[in-house]
Design a protein around this ligand. Structure first.
Ligand code: ZN
Length: 249
């Protein structure tokens, strides 16, 4: 493994091509905005992949050489091939980090790793969003205050149908009254998964400094850990005892 963290930012890349308003915010796509931001961080090298590329840009070679995969999708979740979801899932179980952003709550890969419906409430009126830190010792909140605000956002509200997180990093308050578990971590096999709510396509949320800080921190937290000789998660080996076991009492 190289010392540089290898990130792939995946985007379905449809909204930006169909709407001038969205293209004005993300001229080269949300994936490009996030990858450019990450490439300005020390020790991170980010590439991109999109839905309309062959194998959605997630070839075996790309997946093998990805430490952390960031996923953004909204209108085309159903177009993602199950065979690719299977491969991404196996990579997560074997150590690749996965960061699901905003509407990726309904992506095939996030629902697969969660095992629940991942449904929620939503409202799109551009209200204020305040994210409270609920795990002040967690690396994902490094550099933040006890809360930060996104001035205009899409509301996501509880009940969010996810399994209990292994660490809940943010709880959000929205101006309209709802709350939401907006930053949550899970372990899956050798891999780590982070869900992060901010990011509606018609709002410049990925240009927001605290949102960028969280994504950068999350990339570092999700990085694989090198466990020498650890088995593939698809294997369930029958093994010999480490100590000699005798029948004598
Ligand atoms: Zn949205």
């Amino acid at each position: 493994m190289t010392n540089e963290l290898r990130v792939t930012v995946w985007n379905e890349y449809r909204h930006e091509k169909r709407s001038d308003e969205i293209a004005a915010i993300y001229p080269n796509g949300i994936h490009d905005a996030i990858a450019t931001m990450l490439n300005a961080q020390p020790g991170i090298k980010a590439g991109t992949a999109t839905l309309d590329e062959p194998e959605h840009g997630l070839t075996d070679d790309v997946l093998t050489n990805t430490d952390v995969l960031i996923w953004w999708g909204h209108m085309a979740h159903h177009e993602v091939k199950d065979a690719i979801v299977d491969k991404v899932h196996q990579r997560v179980l074997n150590g690749m980090g996965l960061i699901a952003l905003h509407s990726a709550h309904f992506s095939k890969i996030f629902r697969r790793v969660m095992g629940t419906a991942c449904s929620l409430k939503w409202r799109e009126i551009g209200e204020k969003h305040r994210l409270w830190v609920t795990a002040p010792g967690h690396p994902i909140v490094d550099g933040l205050g006890e809360y930060f605000e996104v001035p205009h956002c899409e509301m996501y509200g509880e009940f969010f149908d996810i399994p209990q997180p292994d660490a809940l990093v943010f709880i959000s308050w929205f101006q309209g009254g709802e709350v939401f578990r907006s930053g949550a971590c899970w372990y899956r096999g050798r891999g780590k998964v982070f869900y992060f709510q901010p990011g509606h396509e018609t709002l410049p949320i990925y240009h927001h400094s605290e949102v960028q800080q969280v994504i950068t921190n999350a990339v570092r937290w999700c990085a694989p850990v090198d466990v020498v000789g650890f088995r593939e998660m698809s294997q369930a080996p029958n093994v010999q005892p480490l100590e000699k076991i005798s029948d004598e009492a």
